[in-house]
Design a protein around this ligand. Structure first.
Ligand code: NI
Length: 264
């Protein structure tokens, strides 16, 4: 079974055909989906999707571009949702210094606060980090490294859409116990750095994701993405690692179930 560990089916890009598309996934071998929080408006939509579709799970949190909306009420709503067995993680949370929509200190504070919430609830986090390598690593080390409040957690989280160098990938995986999320970007011709990271990282640390509706793999780059495109990503990972697509699919499923044991 293929598991999409990072999707945004709550997005308005799916308003016209959400039901049809989600209902077509099982026949294509896509057995489970985790719909990940981004805006404040996404959160109730995710709760609704997880109630409507048995194979859809959720993560709740505010994306770094959206943390201006992290009021006490929104924070309390996220926390309340974490007791739902279909909510598997806090995310996507982190730092985005590319768009810089919120001040850096505000982003860092919201990242720490939401990560500490996940730690208190024994849940993993889904990290979004763009052009913020040093600050992201410093927050993750502080919270999950030796002596940190999350150091003893058996399931820490995933670096979604991993985009940094191979050396940091080793720190996140082997040293800090995080997974790396790999999606459509790995199929892009100009993503040499990510291809190197995937080739060098042991399969046991990789998760499959789409980030749909964004980041469609080749040959659909630029078009609306969906979980139906995961086979292109699996094929690329298999070719980079000299494995069969079946081996990649099976390992990725096992990894997803290890990080998110609430997936039934
Ligand atoms: Ni995302």
């Amino acid at each position: 079974m293929i598991i999409d560990t990072h999707a945004h089916y709550d997005d308005e890009a799916f308003d016209a055909d959400r039901e049809e598309l989600l209902s077509s996934l099982a026949a294509a071998g896509i057995g489970r989906v985790i719909d990940v929080g981004s805006t404040r408006e996404s959160l109730p939509k995710i709760r609704e999707l997880t109630r409507r579709y048995p194979f859809v799970y959720g993560a709740l949190g505010l994306h770094p571009d959206e943390v201006g909306d992290l009021t006490e009420e929104t924070f309390a709503g996220i926390e309340e949702g974490l007791s739902d067995p279909k909510i598997l993680a806090v995310g996507e949370i982190g730092l985005d210094y590319y768009w810089n929509k919120e001040a850096r200190d505000v982003q860092i504070e919201a990242f720490r606060r939401q990560a500490l919430l996940a730690i208190r609830h024994g849940l993993p986090i889904i990290i979004h980090s763009r052009e913020a390598a040093a600050d992201t690593l410093s927050v993750v080390r502080e919270l999950y490294g030796p002596g940190g409040p999350g150091a003893a957690l058996p399931r820490k989280g995933v670096m979604h859409c991993y985009s940094y160098a191979a050396e940091q990938a080793g720190i996140y995986t082997r040293e800090l116990g995080f997974f790396l999320g790999v999606g459509g970007v790995v199929t892009f011709k100009n993503s040499r750095k990510l291809k190197e990271v995937v080739a060098a990282t042991p399969l046991e640390y990789l998760l499959l994701e789409t980030d749909c509706p964004y980041l469609s793999p080749v040959p659909f780059r630029g078009k609306r993405n969906s979980s139906l495109n995961l086979p292109y990503i699996i094929e690329e990972i298999a070719s980079l690692k000299g494995l069969t697509t079946g081996e990649v699919e099976a390992a990725a499923e096992q990894n997803a179930r290890r990080l998110f044991p609430g997936i039934k």
